[in-house]
Ligand binder design. Structure first.
Ligand SMILES: Nc1ncnc2c1ncn2[C@@H]1O[C@H](COP(=O)(O)OP(=O)(O)OP(=O)(O)O)[C@@H](O)[C@H]1O
Ligand SMILES: [Mg+2]
Length: 178
């Protein structure tokens, strides 16, 4: 198995997000790509590279999805496939059914469903949310789960897009990155 080569529009996002992560810029990205355009593929590549490059550090990235089953589990599987395809098979590990690790770094997959209890995690590598238009903005504000990457589909109605609570976001993000 080999990794899919990212398309230019996917690669551009990956490069920009990694630049922000590794140079501590703390930027927020909202990425809008058409249905089946490769949002999860892009996300898995990003997670793969962040985990591998941070393997010597005890750092976490957090990915939230509107539901745990199936969306978070699908994302986990996509990352695992990506790790295998990149030649990392046998070196990554899983924990508690929602964590994928490589070295000392971890990807934590959580549900953003309104009933979920997710406070307590620290995203010191990256916070991302898949299908952000389906996630309740108040839920994120309340939990201080803030987004570094927000993947959403262009096919969704504009008024259902996730919106940031900017001030609160900034303070929480700065705490997690500095
Ligand atoms: N760069 C790529 N090269 C080859 N295939 C790709 C690439 N990116 C995505 N794909 C394939 O395209 C399909 C859709 O990808 P993916 O699930 O990442 O899209 P998505 O935007 O998350 O879809 P959805 O809108 O349904 O959530 C998958 O079969 C995936 O393997
Ligand atoms: Mg998707």
């Amino acid at each position: 198995m080999t990794t899919n080569e990212l398309r230019p529009y996917q690669r551009d996002v990956l490069v920009a997000v990694e630049d922000s992560c590794f140079n501590r810029k703390g930027l927020t990205f909202s990425v809008e790509i058409a249905r089946q355009g490769g949002k999860n593929e892009l996300s898995a590549h990003l997670e793969l590279e962040l985990l591998v490059l941070s393997r010597g550090e005890h750092k976490d990235l957090i990915k939230c999805s509107p539901t745990f089953q199936p969306q978070a589990l699908i994302s986990m599987r996509r990352l695992e496939d990506c790790l295998d395809a990149a030649g990392c098979g046998g070196n990554w590990w899983t924990e508690r059914g929602y964590i994928v690790g490589f070295g000392n770094s971890r990807a934590v997959f959580l549900s953003a469903d309104e009933s979920s209890r997710v406070v307590g995690h620290t995203a010191n590598l990256l916070l991302e949310v898949d299908e952000a238009q389906d996630v309740d903005a108040d839920k994120f504000t309340k939990d201080s789960i803030c987004l570094s990457v927000c993947l959403r589909s262009r096919a969704c109605k504009p008024n259902s897009y996730f919106t940031f609570s900017g001030h609160r976001y900034l303070s929480a993000r700065e705490e997690s990155l500095i």
